[in-house]
Design a protein around this ligand. Structure first.
Ligand code: C2E
Ligand code: MG
Ligand code: MG
Ligand code: MG
Length: 278
């Protein structure tokens, strides 16, 4: 949450501009202009198989690069973009950009795997997200199975019955569905089968202390066991230390992402480090 953060290098956005209504309006105006001016960029974080470190795909993560200023992380503007509805065009842009990048990598003979893109609750609320998705797939010529949409557990719960219908439509379009930040949404688990979820992403907060905290280890073990029993893929977020990866291997967790392997990188850096032609 931007508001909860202390003063930092992007405090201009996280604090001052979220404080008053006029400041929020100013940020909204700046974000709108930023979208028109092409100031957003997508970085890519690799997703790797726990067993052997093979590249399975990437998660697309948006950043804002105002000219001549420091790069602004999503936590500082996604909440405002959601409140103002700007997340709808911004989210569509990210989806298009990430899918176009995947197509370009495939065309270059690379094997980037599956591209994961985050969907905001505000996008989910609007039924036309399915149309947007179909249009992006048609324009890029990608196979829908190469795209994974990440939806946070808490946002899914907010939508109630409407989410059921929407996720069914997304599934029908052929994309993979992942539950992001799993374990933080205190939801009923019954939705896992109902929604035909493909993957659970164990929230970073459980992985962080997995090597030192027996409770966190127990939770991670239970999530992995449940996912496996339900035949849902399971991925750990925020793996920073070799000891965490080792434990995940012992638990049988399928995939991971985290600073241990790499931070999210600009497209060219991602390709240079993780992709090579067949
Ligand atoms: P998320 O989808 O859960 O993405 C994972 C976040 O964890 C990313 O932060 C990533 O940089 C960070 N991370 C990955 N590995 C590690 C690690 O080992 N240690 C630590 N400390 N952090 C790690 P980022 O890029 O700042 O994004 C934050 C959140 O902003 C995302 O969380 C997602 O909820 C949201 N977000 C980012 N891009 C988009 C987007 O295009 N659309 C929407 N709706 N939300 C987005
Ligand atoms: Mg995510
Ligand atoms: Mg996450
Ligand atoms: Mg997270």
């Amino acid at each position: 949450r931007a508001k909860a953060k202390g003063r930092n290098t992007y405090g201009f956005y996280t604090e001052d501009l979220t404080r008053s209504a006029s400041a929020r309006l100013e940020l909204e105006t700046r974000l709108r202009r930023a979208l028109d001016n092409g100031e957003f960029v997508v970085h890519y974080q690799p997703v790797l198989r726990v067993a052997d470190g093979a590249l399975l795909g990437a998660e697309a993560l948006v950043r804002w690069q105002p000219p001549g200023e420091e790069m602004v992380p999503p936590g500082a503007f996604i909440p405002i973009a959601e409140e103002t509805g700007l997340i709808v065009p911004l989210g569509e842009w990210v989806l298009r950009e990430a899918c176009a990048q995947l197509r370009d990598w495939l065309a270059a003979g690379y094997r980037p795997g599956v591209m994961a893109v985050n969907l905001s609750v505000e996008q989910i609320r609007r039924q036309d997200v399915v149309c947007t998705l179909r249009s992006v797939l048609a324009d890029t010529g990608l196979d829908a199975a190469q795209v994974e949409l990440e939806i946070t557990e808490s946002s899914l719960m907010e939508q109630g019955g409407q989410a059921t219908e929407l996720l069914r439509d997304l599934k029908a379009a052929g994309v993979r569905l992942a539950i992001d930040d799993f374990g933080t949404g205190y939801s009923s688990l019954s939705y896992l089968k109902r929604f035909a979820i493909d993957k659970l992403k164990i929230d970073r907060s459980f992985i962080q202390d997995i090597a030192d905290d027996r409770n966190d280890l127990a939770i991670a073990a239970a999530v992995v066991a449940m996912a496996r029993a339900l035949e849902i893929a399971v991925q750990a977020e925020g793996v920073e230390q070799p000891a965490q990866l080792e434990l995940l291997r012992e638990l049988g967790c399928g995939s991971y992402q985290g600073f241990l392997c790499s931070r999210p990188l600009p497209a060219a850096a991602f390709a240079a480090r993780f992709l090579s032609a067949r």
